[in-house]
Every structure is written in structure tokens, then in C-alpha cells.
Design a protein around this ligand. Structure first.
Ligand code: SIN
Length: 279
């Protein structure tokens, strides 16, 4: 088994069948995941049961509240765009579940049906985003907390993200559960629970403000952090192929599913693994 760091973010792991990891291989995969924030596998052959079994080795599965579920496996959320649909799921930089008090650790995404071209996913390293900040910004954000919410994304108000994009109605649901979500706060800089390394933990989708800052100051700081974190030098564009699997850590990366394959179907199976409170 070989772990090859990729340009920008993440690492590719070759020479392993993730259905049958030995204890030694499992430990090495877990270490690569902690070190790189996102790991990729090629040429895997996973049934839904294999996908669930792999995810369960890393922690309990989170049953997604908002995504359409696989009809036989509730553990698997569908990330789907039909050929006649215009809006994709996850089509902007984000990290999943930062709106939860204990944000999900990460997700295992398996390609099931891919367009002939396009549909790549970008991953950005929040370790690198933090490490490359200038010293005065690091000092400014060291003890800040940020507020996160999902109401404006999954909630029922007509201008909320997935309501405004009406063709997602069959794929995103349970808006009432989003409407009653309480805001949560997390440190702007976290000590990563697995690696201990510092990572930037705000994201353009779910972070709504910096606690204790005016709206203007909050907007300005977040815009500055986002512009820095979106630097392609900290990001990797992953090209999916049949058999590809990506396993990302929400506390160490952002991701962005590109929506550049209109007229074609793209179906991914996603399993999300529970996380913990962040410090
Ligand atoms: C997601 O945000 O989970 C979707 C990623 C993808 O479809 O590539």
C-alpha cells in the first residue's frame, strides 16, 4: 500500500482493496486521513454493504436529515443530479455539518454514475489555509468563535438556498428540521481532533458570523479568510472515474462539487461519519 500526497490537498492511496483492510492497512489509512485531510482510492469495487462496512470502521454513521436516502440503505445519502436538473448538491465551497454542535467527522463518497465529462470535486486543505495565514491574522483569529447555521440552506423560507433552486425539491427535504436548528458556535481555529494540527474552521456555506464582531467587521474578516483559503495552491481538483472513492475530513478540508455537466446524470453515494465537539 502506498500513500502519495497530491498537489494542493489530500493524498491518493494505491495498492489496497478497502473491502479487506488488514489491521496494519487500516491504521495506515487512518493515519493518512489524519495527515492529509482527504484521501482518494481508485478502482474499488464496493457494494452498498461494503461501503457501509468501510465507513463503520471509522465511527458511527450519521443518518442525513436533509438528503434523499438510498431506498434500501438509509445510511447512504444520495448526491444526485438528473439530466434535466440544473442545480447540483454541494455546488459551492463548504464543509458538511458545521451547523451541528458535534460536526460530522467526514464522509465517504462513492461514484455510482458519472457524466462523460465534468463533475469533478475540488478539495481545499484547511491545514494549509491556516498555516499560510500571516502572523497578524493568526493572532487576530486565535481566540475567536464563529456562528454556524443551516437554516438559510436547508430551511423552508422561499429564499433559502435549496428552496430558491426549485428543482432540488425531490433531493433535499425535511426543511422543518432545519427551521428549528439552533445556531452553534465553534472556534475559528481548531486543534484537529485526530492530528492535533491547527485548521481554519469557517466556511462560506454555513458560517454566518464571527461572534462579538459587528456585521460589517464579521463580513470583512470572513471574506478575507475565504479569499485566502480558496487559493488553488491549497486545493486539489479530483477527477472521478468508475471505482473512485473519496474520504474527506470535514474538520480539515472544504469541498465543492462542480456543476458543469448539464444534460447528464451524476449519482454519488455518500456516507457521513459522526464527529465530536471541536476545541
Ligand atoms: C457533497 O458536497 O457532499 C457532494 C460532493 C460531490 O458530489 O462531489
Amino acid at each position: 500500500m502506498q500513500v502519495t500526497p497530491l498537489q494542493g490537498a489530500g493524498a491518493e492511496i494505491t495498492g489496497v482493496d478497502i473491502r479487506h483492510l488488514t489491521p496494519g492497512e487500516f491504521a495506515a489509512v487512518r493515519q493518512a486521513y489524519a495527515d492529509h485531510g482527504v484521501i482518494f482510492f481508485r478502482d474499488q469495487s464496493l457494494s452498498e454493504d461494503d461501503h457501509i462496512a468501510f465507513a463503520r470502521r471509522f465511527g458511527p454513521i450519521n443518518i442525513n436529515r436533509f438528503f434523499q436516502a438510498h431506498e434500501r440503505f438509509p445510511e447512504i445519502a444520495l448526491v444526485l443530479k438528473e439530466k434535466e436538473q440544473k442545480t447540483n448538491i454541494g455546488g459551492g465551497w463548504h464543509t458538511d455539518h458545521s451547523y451541528d454542535a458535534e460536526p460530522a467527522m467526514g464522509s465517504v463518497l462513492v461514484a455510482r454514475q458519472l457524466p462523460d465529462a465534468g463533475g469533478d470535486t475540488w478539495f481545499a486543505s484547511m491545514y494549509a489555509a491556516y498555516d499560510t495565514l500571516d502572523a497578524s491574522t493568526k493572532a487576530e483569529i486565535a481566540d475567536l468563535q464563529a456562528v454556524h447555521s443551516a437554516r438559510h440552506i436547508f430551511g423552508s423560507a422561499p429564499d433559502n438556498h435549496y428552496k430558491a433552486n426549485r428543482d432540488t425539491d425531490s433531493r433535499i427535504g425535511n426543511a422543518a428540521a432545519a427551521d428549528v436548528l439552533e445556531d452553534v458556535t465553534h472556534p475559528v481555529v481548531i486543534a484537529h481532533p485526530l492530528s492535533g494540527k491547527k485548521a481554519l474552521y469557517v466556511n462560506p456555506a454555513f458560517t454566518t458570523r464571527i461572534e462579538g464582531y459587528t456585521d460589517q467587521a464579521s463580513h470583512e474578516l470572513l471574506a478575507r479568510l475565504y479569499a485566502h483559503a480558496m487559493n488553488p495552491a491549497h486545493a486539489h481538483r479530483f477527477k472521478w472515474q468508475p471505482g473512485s472513492v473519496a474520504f474527506w475530513d470535514n474538520r480539515a478540508t472544504w469541498h465543492w462539487a462542480m456543476n458543469d455537466y448539464h444534460g447528464e446524470r451524476r449519482l454519488m453515494h455518500r456516507i457521513t461519519i459522526e464527529g465530536c465537539a471541536l476545541n
